[in-house]
Design a binder for this molecule. Structure first.
Ligand code: HEM
Length: 78
């Protein structure tokens, strides 16, 4: 895993990557039902922020969300 990916693709690269993923979510049979319809932009922002923090970029995600607690935060999903 390249912990410094941020220095290569930057904010813009992560933004494009996560946007490309979320463009496909609503029409996906499985994922479409799982993501919050009322806050798709928020979900996109949280994943983008997490990836940026995890891959060597600014720590805004941690400042806003605290520890990721990813297992707990996915626990409610089917
Ligand atoms: C089958 C695999 C997965 C599914 C279906 C899934 C689905 C979801 C859903 C529905 C949410 C709530 C969206 C929201 O933030 O409102 C979420 C949140 C999130 N997921 Fe996943 N996820 C998966 C795997 C992963 C993996 C592997 C990672 C990281 C490597 C990840 C990172 C995150 C993060 C960072 C959040 C936001 C946590 C927060 O701050 O609240 N997810 N995921």
């Amino acid at each position: 895993m390249n912990r410094n990916l941020y220095s290569i693709i930057g904010e813009e690269g992560f933004t494009r990557l996560v946007a490309a993923f979320y463009r496909r979510v609503p029409q996906d049979d499985i994922l479409g039902k799982m993501y919050p319809e009322e806050d798709p932009a928020g979900a996109e922002q949280r994943l983008r922020g997490f990836l940026i923090y995890r891959f060597g970029g600014p720590q805004h995600y941690i400042e806003e969300r605290g520890h990721p607690r990813l297992r707990a935060r996915h626990m409610a999903l089917p």
